[in-house]
Design a protein around this ligand. Structure first.
Ligand code: ADP
Ligand code: MG
Length: 392
């Protein structure tokens, strides 16, 4: 059964009727640009074929009912209670997963200012995006929900506004202090192209990756090591970046360039400096990757991907042994470039690989994990895919 069918079936179990429609949004992988988003820098993610589906329909009252294949039981609240649930942070009276969906409903009702005119909805969620693997199942569930509600509530909002509602839900309803990248990547996805995003101006540019023409595939190696944004490491890195910007006398690390690094080294302690150096050099690597893709094609970006991994491993210190093993093994078996992707402390690595070498790299990584005594990784390929759509 596909995830789309699972969403439809679950909807019918919940309500005893058919949904008015099924809307979906993709997960994303970040080609390069890690921990740059909240520093107002640059990122280059793309939407992946894996999607989250929201089967949904109007109700003629003001209740919102949500369920997911992921959940033990449905959650039901009144539209009128959303304001009490979310303005001040994570609410413990609803399960965390439901805050992604209800938070989007809340954020959209706030954005439009039309809360009193909105009808209730039933929503059933199913997904084939791996959860917690650094592929942003969170942006996918937010994007699917936002796209469904945009149509059911006749809001007519543009994809960027829907992305912002997703981010607000994640920040204020769930309480995860994440940037806007994931939602923009999901909402603006295009086949065979990545989305360059300037996280300060929110300017976006679609950058053809040329993977298909070159016969390349992006291998995702999900280590199965779970990360959590709510716990310490992510917060600590954000704090270090803020501290570094303050010491440099700028509002964010976006305003620090590679040429400023010698001065930064003199002004700050070693740990803060290395956090800063990662962000500053990573921003430059994103710009260089865009240039390389545009001028020379995807085979020219391998060194930049691999340098990004070294920076996260040594300077930002967010890799784990499983990720390092995945990257090193992929490179040793012919990958053009490889790096961990996502927030770190677990999740997935990516490797840019010739199509006819995918199997050899996959086998080598599985072997290396077994030898190291790690749990078997989950490995699959992704290609840049389209953003939200209505499926039925
Ligand atoms: P990632 O976005 O990297 O997958 P996050 O921690 O940001 O990891 O988001 C994962 C969380 O999003 C899950 O723990 C769950 O609360 C919620 N979520 C994602 N997909 C679903 C789904 N299909 N149904 C219910 N909740 C989901
Ligand atoms: Mg996420």
């Amino acid at each position: 059964m596909t995830a789309s069918e699972a969403a439809r079936d679950l909807f019918t179990v919940l309500t005893g009727r058919s949904p008015d429609g099924i809307w979906s949004a993709p997960g994303r992988v970040n080609l390069i640009g890690e921990h740059t988003d909240y520093n107002e820098g640059f990122v280059l993610p793309f939407a992946i074929p894996h999607r989250t589906y929201a089967a949904a329909a109007w109700r003629d009252d003001r209740r919102i009912r949500v369920t997911s294949t992921f959940a033990d039981e449905p959650v039901e609240v009144s539209l009128d209670d959303l304001t009490q649930l979310f303005p001040t942070g994570p609410d413990t009276s609803v399960p965390e997963w439901s805050a992604y969906v209800l938070g989007v409903a809340w954020a959209l009702s706030e954005t439009t200012g039309a809360r009193d005119g909105l009808c209730g909805v039933d929503i059933a969620i199913a997904s084939d995006v791996p959860v917690g693997a650094g592929l942003s199942s969170s942006a996918a569930i937010e994007g699917a929900t936002a796209t469904a509600l945009d149509e059911l509530w006749s809001l007519g909002l543009d994809p960027v506004t829907l992305a912002k509602a997703g981010r607000r839900a994640e920040n204020e309803a769930v309480g995860a202090p994440t940037g806007i990248m994931d939602q923009m990547a999901s909402m603006l996805g295009r086949p065979d192209a990545a989305t360059f995003l300037d996280c300060r101006t929110l300017e976006t540019r679609s950058i053809p990756t040329g993977f298909t023409a070159e016969g390349l595939e992006l291998l995702v190696i999900d280590t199965g090591v779970k990360h959590s944004h709510s716990t310490g490491g992510y917060r600590e890195r954000r704090d270090a970046c803020e501290r570094g910007a303050e010491i440099m006398g700028v509002s964010s690390l976006r305003d620090v360039t590679v040429g400023d690094l010698p001065r930064a080294a003199e002004l700050m302690d070693d740990v803060t400096f290395r956090r800063v150096r990662h962000v500053v050099t990573e921003n430059q690597r994103v710009l260089d990757t865009v240039d390389a893709l545009t001028d020379s094609g995807p085979r020219a970006i391998g060194g930049l991907l691999t340098a990004s991994h070294a920076s996260m491993r040594d300077d930002f210190e967010i890799s784990v042994p499983e990720l390092d093993t995945a990257v090193d093994t992929a490179l040793a078996h012919g990958a053009i470039g490889a790096r961990m992707t996502g927030g770190g402390f677990g999740g997935a690595a990516i490797a840019l690989v010739d199509g006819d070498e995918v199997e050899a790299v996959t086998d080598a990584v599985a072997q290396a994990f077994a030898t190291a005594g790690f749990a078997a990784p989950h490995t699959f390929t992704v290609m840049p895919s389209q953003g939200p759509r209505r499926d039925a």
